[in-house]
Ligand binder design. Sequence first.
Ligand SMILES: [Zn+2]
Length: 155
Amino acid sequence: MEKISRYDECKNCKHKFIASFVETNLNNGEKEVYFGCVKCGIDESILRIIDYADLTPEEQDEVNYLRSEDMYHRDDVTFDEDTVCHLPLAMAIYSRIKETKPDLDEETTFKYFKRALAGMRKSNNEARKVGRIRRLSLENKEVLFTPKEVTIDIE
Ligand SMILES: [Zn+2]
């Protein structure tokens, strides 16, 4: 069997995009959003690599694909704050859902995926909240142990 090129692999995929990388332009404060597909793993943020020669042949295929007509004027993709995720992680979650629920169609799988992502984000936030509460009480202790008056000698 002939190995399908990375270019065709991407071309044949009915992408399901998430925002894989968000960068803030320091000059105008605008957000630059890069999208990645949870199915084939094509990731726009590869376009940030300036030197084409530094890329592997597969990555060059990806860049060529991203610069092809297919990828221009996509109106199916909107920036969704809820789906910003590191692409390899997103892909792992997506394929895990496909594995456990193989009979679902792609739309539904993607819905499950978004829900899983939102759930993860929520529990992360909660863990962070607990961490912050811990830190705050630690800070309070520090306050308790700090002498009430500190005299500083100037001169
Ligand atoms: Zn894809």
